[in-house]
Design a protein around this ligand. Sequence first.
Ligand SMILES: Nc1ncnc2c1ncn2[C@@H]1O[C@H](COP(=O)(O)OP(=O)(O)O)[C@@H](O)[C@H]1O
Ligand SMILES: [Mg+2]
Length: 407
Amino acid sequence: MENQLNRADLKLALIMKHASTGLAEIDRSGKISSINLRGEELLKPILIAKNINGENFYTILNSIAPAISNKIKNFPAKAGNILANELHSFKLSFGEENVERHFNFTVTKIFSDCIIVDFDDITKNLLKEKAITELVAEKAVAQGKYEIASNVLHDIGNALVGFGSYINRIKRSLDHADPENLQKLNSFFSLQQPALRSIVGEAKAGAIVSMLSGISESQRKNKEEISKSITEQLNIINHIREMLHIQKQYLNGHSAFERKPVNLRAIINDCILMLYASMEKRQVCLSINVPDKLPDIQADRTRLMQVILNILKNSIEAIDINAEEKKITISVKIKQDLLSLLIADTGHGFDKLTGKELFTRGFTTKASGTGLGLSNCKAIIESHEGTIGIASDGFGKGTVTTIELKL
Ligand SMILES: Nc1ncnc2c1ncn2[C@@H]1O[C@H](COP(=O)(O)OP(=O)(O)O)[C@@H](O)[C@H]1O
Ligand SMILES: [Mg+2]
């Protein structure tokens, strides 16, 4: 019988010794009567940091979680659960270094003079959980941005359809308006000039004929101009449509490349045309330093346009409306087998820390930014085996974006 009891005691002692959490048996006064290996390991850094000895558990608890020692001391019953799974956080300092620890406690009173404290360090798990929560939140933000972006693209697409159909309508009615009638009238009066002369006199007859021919000529010119600008507008709409299409493909994560000989100067001109109104509105002065004749490069025209538009838009947005100097400079240079494009602005620039983040997908400092612009630019330029860099001497000191493409 006695032998069997000894075996049970031994078993219990062994289980306690090798348990994976810290286990300490204390008496009413807090004196530790036994503690397992894990418990010693957990307490060691606390004793060092707090400079206390490990004889009384209350002393230790008072230094990291005083509420627990109070609960144990004030527990009225002879036996029972004093507390279960309570999380307590505390700081330990080792010289200069500070570490935060999170411990989990469960305390059970077995007899009036035997209390078991079960404790463990759950800092690692807690940090892991926190990282996972942050990751989930980040993903949710990215998903939100994705949804906003695709809604915006969708809305622009719809607006473009309406816009395009109005312009087409104007084009059709312009095609129907026939300036030839006026021209016929004009020739009729020219032929009848001798007859007219006899009725209204030489001077007036001449004036009528030349006035009519002037009107008819200016109407013909007007029609030509309007027709030209309508064609340009329709081209721009097509460009925007193409770009929307690409943006949508980017958002959805797939896209196809195109390689054709393109002229960078022509692309730059198209981009300027598209942004002209917003630059004029903000009174941003544009200086262009591009050689008349540039060799063609093998590239995807729409994508390069997208890159240059993004960069120019960023520059426009970076220039304060009330700034003294409001200038964007576009220059292209040929460097051996490279074509280098520089877009400089006198905008607000950025500090070093911001500079490190600019190409991170989703990074933006703007209230309504998407943070997709530069990361798309980088992807496009790198798909052309080119390089892109953006630099600023600091906040308030403007920005220079450099793109290098292989000739
Ligand atoms: N020309 C510039 N001048 C100053 N900051 C810029 C410029 N271009 C980009 N940035 C910074 O880089 C960030 C990311 O730009 P971008 O990827 O185009 O996204 P978004 O324009 O939507 O913010 C901007 O929010 C801005 O802080
Ligand atoms: Mg942008």
